[in-house]
Design a binder for this molecule. Structure first.
Ligand code: 82X
Length: 232
């Protein structure tokens, strides 16, 4: 059947894509990845700085999602805490798939592989990255999928599930249509995208264990990361 994106859906997509483009890690922060120390300690510190900057970016992006600031304030916090790691996996995956002009992706991979993360987490992490790269997502799909991940109603401590569903559903509807229009040869593309969200949940579980093992080796995080990840 002919898939039509309505005027409202076009407007919603425009708002989400503009917010996604507007909020990015500042270039001077991203450029730090290129400095030439590659010790485990140095990599951990750099990745901590990247993650801290990325959380700030995600908070600003989330505040631009129509309706988000009208949600219950405690639910706003619960959604951000529950989705931050997944949004950062999506974002760092785009860095790999975008083949950053200044060669970040090779360097970023090397720093992640040598930052004190045990092999049991590195394997699923890079399998996820490979699967995202293989999807060749458009900017609209990346932005909408990030908003959909943040607006997941069944995060821990969310009280008003319905209010979050009401924001997430229109995003899912327009993402489904965007997928059909941008990947006409792949009718299952939308389903594959949603499958990535399921994989993201398992990565969040691994990430909690990564944090524990870093802390056991007395690694310090920034106040913002401690707050969003309930550590220290
Ligand atoms: C505290 C720290 C050690 C940590 O703990 N877990 C993770 C993590 C790891 Cl390993 C993997 C996935 C998710 C998490 Cl959360 C991290 C590092 O997380 C990040 C998070 C976001 C970004 C964005 C980047 C990036 C680079 C260049 C350009 C851009 C750009 O957007 O232009 C972005 S790097 C980067 C590193």
């Amino acid at each position: 059947e002919k898939v039509e994106i309505t005027k409202e859906q076009k407007a919603l997509t425009k708002v989400i894509v503009e917010a996604y483009n507007r909020h990015q890690i500042p270039q001077d922060v991203a450029k730090k990845l290129l400095q030439d120390q590659y010790s485990v300690e140095e990599n951990f510190l750099l990745l901590t700085e990247m993650a801290t900057s990325q959380v700030q970016v995600i908070v600003e992006f989330t505040k631009s999602i129509p309706g988000f600031l009208s949600l219950d304030h405690e639910d706003q916090i619960a959604l951000l805490k529950g989705s931050a790691v997944e949004a950062m996996f999506l974002r760092s995956a785009q860095v790999f798939s975008k083949k950053m002009p200044n060669g970040h992706n090779g360097i970023l991979e090397e720093r992640i592989r040598k930052s004190g993360i045990s092999e049991e987490f590195i394997t699923p992490m890079f399998n996820f990255y490979k699967s995202i790269i293989g999807l060749h997502m458009s900017l609209e799909e990346q932005a909408l999928l990030t908003a959909i991940t943040i607006l997941t109603p069944d995060r821990p401590y969310v009280k008003d599930h319905q209010a979050v569903e009401k924001l997430q559903e229109p995003m899912l509807d327009v993402l489904r249509k965007v997928c059909v229009l941008q990947h006409p040869q792949e009718p299952q593309y939308f389903a594959r995208l949603l499958g990535r969200l399921t994989e993201l949940r398992t990565l969040t579980h691994y990430h909690a264990e990564m944090l524990t093992s870093w802390r056991m080796n007395d690694h310090k995080f920034t106040p913002l990361l401690c707050e969003i990840w309930d550590v220290q």
